[in-house]
Structures are given as C-alpha cells and as structure tokens.
Design a protein around this ligand. Structure first.
Ligand code: PMP
Length: 458
C-alpha cells in the first residue's frame, strides 16, 4: 500500500483522539512506521527524536527485542484467559506480588485495568464502595486539583482540572471539587514564599472540606508531579501539609502515578520523591513502557480490609474488564520492569534528567518570553508568557508553545504543547543519550527563534 493511500484511509475512516476533526481532514495524518531507542521514522523515511516517549510512556525506548521475544513466547503459550470468578494466570500473580512489594507504604492488593482512565474510574468506585461498606453513603465527593489530568472517561474526565476536557461533554459530574494547583510561580501571591504558599494551600483545602462538610468528602486525587496540566512540581512540604488536612477529615488520598511511576522522577514512584503517602495508587504507562496497554490500582491494607469485608454486605465484587489482568500485558510489565531494573534505567533517568535540566536552563533562561524552566527527574518543561513583569499569559494560551512544537517537528524533534499552561514538555525515553538530549533542546530553541521571527515577538 502506498503512503498516500494509507493516509487517505486514515483521513476518511479513522476517528482520531484529541484531534481537531476539520483540521485533520484537511492536513491528514503523520504516520509513524518504526522506532528504535528514542528515534521514530515516518512513512516518508524522515527521522524524529521523540522527546516525549510517545505520551510520557515508552520508558525503555522503541523496538526492544527482548520485549518482542517475551511477548511472542507468551502469545504462543497463553495469549489470553479472563480473570473473573477466581481465574488466574502466572504472569499476573507474579506482577501483583511485585507491585505490592515495590509500592511505598502498607499495600495489600492490585486490581488491573487497561488504561489510566479506567483505573481512575475504578478508584472512585472503590472509594464509594468503601464508604458504602462503612455505612457512610453520603461520603462520596472527590476533590481533584486545577490543572490535574486523570483521564477521559466520564468520571476520570470529570477529575481533570482542565476546562478543555469538559467543554462539550456535560462534565464534570456534580460530585467533583477542585483545589488550587501547587504552582508557586503562577499561583503564589506577590511576595509569598513557597513555605507560605504551601500553608495557604493546606488552609484552602481545609476550608473547602469544611465548607462541603467532611462527612460528604471521600477522597482527594493528585499526581505527585502534575504532568499533562503543565509539569507542575510541588513545592517542598506540600504533600505532608495536604495529608495532615486529609487525615483530620478522614479523606482518602489517591496518588495518580500514571506518569511518575516506575522511575520517571528518578525514583521508583513519584510518591516517594514528593512525600506522598497514598491509600490508593494508580499506575499505567511506564508499567509496560506502553508495549501493551495495562493499568493497575494498588490498594493499601486498611482500605483492602474494608473492601474485602464488603463481600459479606454486597456479595460478589461486580467490577472488572474482559481484559483485566491480561497475561500479555502482565508479561510486558514483568519484562519491562526487569529491563529497567537490570539495566539501571532509573538511575540513568535521573542522570539524564539532570543533563536535560541543565541544557534547558542554558537554552531558555533569560529569554524575554520564558516565564519558567522547570522539571524533576526525566521530565522538563518551558513555560512561555506574553509579559514577565507583570506576569501575563498569552491569549489564546497555546499561541507560542503550539507554534514551537509544530516548528520543532519540522526540525525533527517531537515535543508536546500543554495548552492550558503555554508550556512545552520533555519526557524522553530513559535510554535517551546525552547527545540526543542536546539535539532535542537545540532543535526546540531553534524553533523558538523561528517562531519569534514569524510572529514578530521578542
Ligand atoms: N493519569 C495521568 C496522570 C495521566 O497522565 C494520564 C494520561 N496522560 C491518565 C491518567 C490517563 O491515562 P490513559 O490515557 O491511559 O487513559
């Protein structure tokens, strides 16, 4: 099939996620055909350095042979059998044990899904079930945060603190509330130190819970580092301060580790990096490096004890997917985690992250449109603003970041624009080399210069 006929089929029949329908009909797809390490190749043979590891997920890089062999072997042995009604399989039993052992805190059980979105949906159902078992049917509201990203299902989309995720979909659902994002640069008051900012956020959360009535608030959901909403790194002491408030009001904490989990922050979980002590954890993406879709909900012992006792009250736990605990996905996860551990990729992510941060600061600090260069571990970001003093964002928001990402792609570097923040993000595979990072940053800086010239800015 020729490249143009594949593109025609795509244009005509493929309903793309997160895509402007009419623009796509005009411009068509960019079709990727192969990948190796941090490099992707499109249908025209053009190469790109993928500074985003797909969507923050291909941690071991593209084209891993060991993974291909492991998946082929499991496909031959047993590609699928379900796990309803006590059915099990070996890869999943081993993976559940590994996740419980590796997760911070007193974790007990793992429930498997297929995406970060469905796992966060499961989290809310678990929290509701938990309170129903405890005889507290009114304790159901969920507090999320502005700029949080938790998925696209009816509930997980509701949990997103990004207005664009709700527009046109009748969301959010009525039982969701939002707390302020812990972004000192943009949310801090004039002259407010980070410490004062943290104290204010904790007080605001307390005020919110008290105003709603603590007997109606079930859980708080947070990414340790807010990724898709703008790469927001919490200030020191933020989570301990927030947790003190949650405990006081008997509100469960769900840590959404979908991006952070399995080494992205330079530690195995973002919860460890930022002092989060979750009652429930969501993982996906880096669990399999996206070779096969998989997500998981990791449940702490105290929460599990209540849920398990629910069988006396409600009988069967009537929740689960055809593909829950899919043997191929579990094999992908075990192989992926083996590779990350054996090859020291978490330490490598930390070292490469330090290199990335240093290069981003060198390339972007001091530019008149750059409001902030930030990141942690192997996640980096540059945020743009129309004016720095006083700080004022561009309208529409993605004006600069969107144009930069487009231009950088022409130059062979794939980054991502996070539109709500006018931010470009970097989250490359852990196997990225220093030379590749240098190229990614240089290409993006070149794109900024080109865009400034084009738009008559700075
Ligand atoms: N939570 C977080 C923190 C995410 O970044 C994402 C996806 N970017 C999700 C949940 C949703 O995951 P999925 O796209 O697999 O449904």
């Amino acid at each position: 099939m020729t490249v143009s006929s594949v593109e025609d089929l795509d244009r005509q029949y493929f309903f793309h996620p997160f895509t402007h329908a009419r623009d796509h009909e005009r411009s068509g797809p960019l079709t990727m055909v192969s990948g190796r390490g941090s490099t992707l190749v499109d249908a025209q043979g053009k190469e790109y350095l993928d500074a985003m590891a797909g969507l923050w997920c291909v941690n071991i890089g593209y084209g891993n042979e060991e993974m291909a062999d492991a998946l082929a072997a499991q496909t031959r042995q047993l590609a699928y059998y379900h796990t309803f009604a006590s059915m099990g399989n070996e890869p999943v039993a081993r993976l559940a044990h590994r996740l419980v052992t590796d997760a911070p805190g007193d974790m007990a059980k793992v429930f498997f899904g297929n995406s970060g979105s469905d796992a966060n949906d499961t989290q809310v159902k678990l929290v509701w079930y938990y309170n129903n078992v405890l005889g507290r049917p009114e304790k159901k509201k969920i507090i999320s945060r502005e700029r949080g990203y938790h998925g696209v299902t009816v509930m997980s989309g509701s949990l997103c603190g990004l207005p664009g995720m709700h527009t046109g979909f009748d969301l959010p659902l009525p039982m969701v509330r939002f707390a302020r994002a812990p972004h000192h640069r943009f949310e801090g008051l004039e002259g407010e130190t980070e410490e004062q900012f943290v104290a204010r956020l904790a007080q605001e959360l307390d005020d919110l819970i008290v105003a709603e009535g603590p007997e109606t608030v079930a859980a708080f959901i947070a990414e340790p580092l807010q990724a898709a909403g703008g790469v927001i790194v919490p200030p020191a002491g933020y989570f301990p301060a927030i947790q003190e408030v949650l405990r006081r009001h008997d509100v469960l904490l769900i840590a959404d580790e979908v991006v952070c989990g399995f080494g992205r922050t330079g530690e195995w979980f973002g919860s460890t990096t930022f002092g989060v002590e979750p009652d429930l954890m969501t993982v996906a993406k880096g669990i399999t490096s996206a070779y096969v879709p998989l997500s998981a909900v990791i449940v702490s012992s105290p929460v599990w004890d209540v849920i398990a006792s629910g069988s006396e009250k409600f009988g069967l736990f009537s929740h689960g997917y055809t593909y829950s605990a899919h043997p191929l996905a579990a094999t992908a996860a075990m192989t992926n985690l083996d590779i990350v551990e054996r090859d020291g990729l978490m330490g490598q992510a930390k070292a490469r992250g330090d290199h990335l941060a240093q290069r981003l600061h060198a390339a972007f600090d001091g530019h008149p449109l750059v409001a902030e260069v930030r990141g942690h571990g192997l996640v980096g970001a540059v945020e743009f603003a129309e004016s720095l003093e006083p700080l004022r964002r561009f309208e529409p928001r993605a004006k600069v970041s969107g144009a930069i990402v487009k231009r950088a792609r022409e130059l062979g570097v794939i980054t991502r624009a996070l539109p709500n923040a006018d931010t470009i993000s970097f989250s490359p595979p852990f196997v990225v080399t220093e030379a590749e990072l240098d190229q990614m940053v240089a290409g993006t800086r070149q794109a900024l210069d080109d865009v400034c010239r084009e738009l008559g800015l700075a």
